[in-house]
Design a protein around this ligand. Structure first.
Ligand SMILES: [Zn+2]
Ligand SMILES: [Zn+2]
Length: 276
């Protein structure tokens, strides 16, 4: 199973997950043209997409969905609350409502060779979820050969740690550095939103969640891509160093294997991560 992001950040998100001949896109927050360019880097076109999974209705996750759906006519999976919010939004105009399929939190569903598990997250949207992927037939939390995409969460709790327990590789939000955000130019209410329970995960929060996952199932997690980095309140090198330092502290004191950390950039394709 392999995963890479075509784009990641508040200017637009689209992540690819593939297993065998099953090809899934998580979110369509960039133009259909850029999504097609991203797919073409692995020799795929729109007709090869098995489905699009949407995490929530914010514009940076659905901006390209209408054009993509019209061109590809692929099924679109999302929670009921997200579907309603998309269809009543400007970006949802022109999407055939018949393409939507409803998913429920904590109930895995299969698309071809992949089993997809929606995980509820704390974010200021109608009914947001993240997704974890298993090989079809093995949707059992605690399974090492699984991957996940988790961004847009203000906080995490035991439910999130349990839901991701045993994941082998994931794209995880590392949105901002708290000090850079606090000192930066954003208006106070926006700073409060980002830092709040329904906002975004900081670099430190990302490192701490990764540590919780390594504690929960030692040896399972081997690769992470840091995603949804803020343009104004973060730097790729700062996110990398902060998360690496926290993760290294854990691996050094527990003789754990090192965590491979990469960056999912805003405007170009990330490296690919993979589980066997
Ligand atoms: Zn977002
Ligand atoms: Zn969002």
């Amino acid at each position: 199973m392999r995963l890479f992001s075509i784009a990641s950040g508040s200017s637009g998100n689209a992540v690819f997950v593939g297993e065998g001949s099953t090809n899934i896109l998580i979110d369509a927050g960039i133009s259909a043209k850029r999504i097609k360019e991203g797919l073409s880097t692995i020799g795929l076109s729109l007709k090869d997409l098995s489905a699009v999974l949407i995490t929530h209705e914010h514009i940076d996750h659905i901006k390209g969905l209408s054009v993509l759906a019209r061109q590809g006519q692929m099924p679109i999976y999302a929670t009921d609350g997200t579907i309603g919010a998309i269809l009543s939004s400007f970006s949802g105009k022109g999407i055939d409502p018949g393409l939507f399929k409803t998913v429920d939190k904590d109930r895995a569903f299969e698309i071809g060779e992949l089993s997809c598990l929606p995980i509820g997250i704390s974010h200021d949207a109608a009914d947001p979820v993240s997704y974890r992927f298993f090989r079809a037939g093995s949707a059992d939390p605690g399974h090492d050969s699984s991957m996940a995409v988790m961004t847009d969460l203000g906080t995490y709790d035991d439910y999130i740690v349990d839901s991701l327990s045993g994941v082998g590789a994931l794209l995880l939000e590392s949105n901002h550095d708290v000090r850079v955000l606090e000192a930066g130019p954003y208006p106070y209410p926006l700073k409060r939103r980002i830092l709040g329970r329904y906002g975004h995960l900081s670099n430190e929060g990302c490192g701490e969640l990764l540590t919780r996952l390594m504690e929960k199932r030692p040896g399972a997690l081997s690769q992470v891509l840091l995603g949804h980095l803020s343009r104004e309140n973060n730097y790729p090198e700062l996110a990398f160093q902060t998360v690496k330092q926290i993760a290294d502290q854990y691996t050094a004191s527990h003789l754990g294997k090192g965590l491979q950390i990469g960056i999912a950039a805003r405007d170009h394709r990330s490296p690919e991560i993979e589980v066997k």
